[in-house]
Design a protein around this ligand. Structure first.
Ligand SMILES: NC(=O)c1ccc[n+]([C@@H]2O[C@H](COP(=O)([O-])OP(=O)(O)OC[C@H]3O[C@@H](n4cnc5c(N)ncnc54)[C@H](O)[C@@H]3O)[C@@H](O)[C@H]2O)c1
Length: 368
């Protein structure tokens, strides 16, 4: 066995999963500016791949590669589920955004994205902002998530938080029979861009909110705006407290064997990507009678927002599409019930069905 793209494969003969099922993986280097990036296109069955650029100081190239492959695959499922005409793609730039991000580096990156001829459309992710996309766009036509000053949608966490709230309302309807969080106690882990806006929706809906964050400034900013919110010292205190809903809105991997065993909530629904630490955690949640609203289903409001920008941004149109996350989440719970599988499996099946049924139509030849 050798390793290609960090994935084990046999030495003899081609294997269909040589690149983890990805269509194209591109390494981009510009030594003078210090750019070292990897762009991964999982698939383009539904249209050009769409996903953000993560700028992160990965310890090794293998770590960066594993991350970009996982993230681009997740984007394929998220975009399919959100009803978008986009396949899944993602890029990583290896480096510390605080010290390595320069105009030359971003523009070099833009030229590589341009070289793909529109097969990959980039946007913001951890470590990149709308202002950076404006710089990338000076070299490249395939950029979204731009600043309002450049006709963009701006901060995508607005519709991400709104969509998570819609997913949570659907989960409440499934568990309590009513699509509201009124009178429920919701624990929000991480009150950054998404978490803080989610807290606003929850309070408006009549929920009680308790939060935790590793950054005291994030807590202080939230308390200034919403002094009625309770604060606990950390994730463990949050999940073992008397909450009805747990909303992970920090980093991925917060649902693991230990946290699922300790969790007192009846619902998990939050904005973080890749919440399940490993396969099987979703089954454990189901065994404990905890309803899990799949992460990429409920947090797709952000990509809905930036995808809308590609056709000329209209907030009301994008918000209306994000509101449909309520129905989609309910549909997934229904399929999970009918097929006797956890909601995460039901979501994957639904996304794969759309990729296959709609993607197949490209086989009908059209004169262009
Ligand atoms: N911004 C978007 O539009 C968007 C879209 C889809 C998914 N997401 C995902 O949602 C999550 C939050 O994104 P964001 O844009 O709000 O990021 P952010 O950086 O603004 O906020 C994250 C917050 O979590 C806190 N945090 C980090 N580790 C923590 C821990 N162990 N316990 C408690 N708090 C912790 C941070 O201090 C920060 O305040 C991420 O997983 C992101 O990938 C974001």
């Amino acid at each position: 066995m050798t390793t290609v793209f960090g994935l084990p494969h046999k030495d003899h003969g081609p294997t269909p999963h040589r690149m983890g099922g990805h269509e194209q993986v591109v390494f981009c280097s510009d030594e003078r500016s210090g750019l070292y990036a990897i762009i991964a296109i999982h698939d383009t069955a539904l249209g050009p791949s769409l996903g953000g650029t993560r700028f992160y100081p990965y310890a090794t190239e293998q770590e960066a590669l594993a991350d970009v492959l996982n993230l681009s695959r997740a984007m394929a499922y998220k975009n399919a589920m959100a009803g978008l005409d986009h396949g899944g793609g993602k890029a990583v730039i290896i480096g510390d955004p605080a010290t390595d991000k320069t105009e030359a580096l971003l523009r070099a990156y833009g030229r590589f994205v341009q070289s793909l001829g529109g097969r990959y459309i980039t946007a913001c992710d951890v470590g990149t902002y709308s202002e950076d996309m404006d710089v990338v766009a000076r070299e490249c036509a395939y950029v979204t998530g731009r600043t309002v000053a450049h006709g963009g949608a701006g901060d995508s966490s607005i519709l991400t938080a709104y969509g998570v709230f819609q997913g949570m309302r659907a989960a409440a309807r499934q568990v309590y029979g009513v699509p509201t969080l009124r009178g429920r106690r919701v624990g929000v882990e991480g009150v950054g861009k998404v978490g803080a806006k989610l807290v606003g929706h929850l309070l408006e809906d009549g929920a009680e909110v308790v939060v935790c964050d590793v950054d005291e400034r994030a807590i202080a900013t939230l308390r200034e705006r919403h002094p009625e919110v309770d604060v606990v010292s950390g994730t463990r205190e949050l999940i073992t407290s008397d909450i009805d809903v747990y909303a992970p809105c920090a980093l991925g991997g917060s649902l693991n064997d230990e946290s699922v065993t300790q969790l007192r909530a009846k619902i998990v629904c939050g904005g973080a990507n890749n919440q399940l630490a490993h396969p099987g955690v979703d089954k454990r949640l189901a065994e404990r009678g905890i309803l899990y609203a799949p992460d990429y289903v409920v947090n797709s409001g952000g990509v809905i927002q930036v995808a809308d920008e590609i056709e000329g941004f209209d907030m009301e149109r994008a918000r209306a599409r994000a509101a449909r996350i309520f129905d989609t989440t309910l549909k997934i719970f229904a399929i999970a019930g009918e097929e006797g599988v956890p909601p995460a499996v039901a979501a994957d099946r639904l996304a794969e069905r759309r990729m296959s049924e709609v993607g197949r139509l490209r086989g009908i030849w059209l004169q262009r």
